[in-house]
Design a protein around this ligand. Structure first.
Ligand code: FSX
Ligand code: SF4
Ligand code: F3S
Length: 390
């Protein structure tokens, strides 16, 4: 069943203008909205609300701070491909201060931050990338003469919401690795109040984009768990949706890197994969949209638990994971239909309504939705070509 409310928007002037602005075909833009709504676990019809919000709402002002980190979070956001993610992110938000992407420098940059904060008082989003060093009065990271602690507190005071992007900002991440000489801490610890965290080193840019789209559509950030992680992205163990799970269940393991099991794509548990104790949607959302397998385990590398405090950068890479959940995976691949031919426009959102926040399954179907459209287009082009030849 097609989602009629979303399809009705296809001829809407606002949608046409938005897709032109983004340089995306209208259908692709609407598919993207359905994908985001499904990924967020929103009920049926919410994809239309997402599309309308993206097309009409004023972009929220974003102040983006950088502290102890490698800038991988920003890099991962800018390197994603389809649909031109960096374009979408930069169209969805108004990035008023970002040290890496800013042309301005020195006092000019600082002034831009202060102006954006004053003009959008109480309405801007504060995004923090990187850990905050707290030892010795925070002297190990200063920007424009202010410590990271001072800057975070100053910018958070009038923010509508605070998002800690990456594992460093979430809890300290790699800079907080024992013995943590600078006292690297997460944003929540410095502010003394919970914030939304998007952990991962780097985090998946779709999780950031979906969080911002939720804010834009509903004026609030999505539901989070006790660590501030949006439940749409971090409620399932990697092990639950891993493509190698059948090998785990059947006892087929890689014993040594490069052995026969490794070449055959067996389970990486015995070479230290932390998927069984790490909550994230990496196997279902993937990175960069470059095709199948674009996530650590898909490339043959054990998950190091980069999204999980107490696992990533703390637990030795070779150490066996604690298997938290030995339940069967949430969904199995279809065995009859060819992948990508089963989902219709809007069915991902309907599935989301049925499955609630079953992030893994909905994201997978949503992704297939895109493939389905591409397959249809290819088939249409092929038949058109045949007709012309006749
Ligand atoms: Fe940390 Fe972001 Fe790791 Fe790097 O900057 S989460 S070190 S990938 O990228 O903060
Ligand atoms: Fe996948 Fe790792 Fe679980 Fe094996 S242990 S099924 S590789 S997540
Ligand atoms: Fe990180 Fe593991 Fe995902 S290493 S990127 S949480 S697969």
């Amino acid at each position: 069943m097609a989602n009629t409310s979303l399809l009705k928007l296809e001829g809407d002037a606002g949608i046409i203008a938005a897709s032109e602005r983004l340089g995306m075909p209208r259908r692709e833009f609407l598919q993207f909205c359905a994908t985001v709504a499904a990924g967020l676990g929103l009920p049926q019809g919410a994809d239309a609300a997402v599309a309308e919000a993206l097309a009409t709402r004023k972009r929220p002002s974003v102040i983006w701070l950088h502290f102890q980190e490698c800038t991988g979070c920003t890099e991962s956001m800018l390197r994603a491909e389809h649909p031109t993610l960096e374009k979408l992110i930069l169209d969805v938000i108004s990035l008023d201060y970002h040290e890496t992407l800013f042309a301005a420098a020195g006092h000019q940059a600082e002034q831009a931050r202060k102006t954006a904060m004053a003009e959008n008082k109480g309405r801007y989003l504060l995004v923090v990338e990187g850990a905050i060093p707290t030892r010795d009065g925070g002297i190990y990271c200063k920007v424009g003469g202010q410590t990271a602690i001072e800057l975070t507190r100053e910018c958070a005071a009038d923010a509508a919401a605070v998002i800690a992007i990456g594992s460093c900002a979430s809890w300290g991440g790699m800079p907080a690795t024992d013995p943590n000489p600078t006292g690297a801490s997460g944003v929540a610890a410095v502010l003394g109040k919970p914030v939304v965290t998007i952990p991962g080193c780097p985090p998946n840019p779709y999780n950031f984009l979906s969080t911002v789209v939720h804010f834009l559509t509903f004026g609030s950030l999505p539901p989070v768990d006790e660590l501030g992680r949006p439940t749409f992205a971090y409620s399932r163990l990697i092990h639950e949706n891993c493509e190698r799970r059948a090998h785990f269940d059947a006892g087929r393991f890689v014993i040594e890197f490069g052995d026969e099991g490794h070449r055959k794509g067996y389970c990486l548990y015995k070479v230290g994969c932390k998927g069984p104790e790490t909550y994230a949607n990496c196997p279902t959302v993937l990175f960069g949209d470059a095709g199948a397998g674009t996530w650590p385990v898909g490339c043959g590398c054990p998950c190091i638990g980069c999204t999980e405090q107490g696992v990533g950068f703390s637990k030795p890479i070779h150490m066996l994971a604690k298997v938290k959940n030995a339940e069967p995976p949430q969904q199995y691949p279809r065995i009859v239909e060819e992948q990508g031919m089963g989902a219709t426009l809007g069915s991902a959102a309907i599935l989301a309504a049925v499955a609630g926040a079953a992030a893994g399954g909905t994201a997978m179907i949503a992704r297939n939705l895109g493939l389905s459209h591409k397959a249809e287009e290819a088939e249409r082009a092929r038949t058109a070509g045949e007709r012309t030849e006749v």
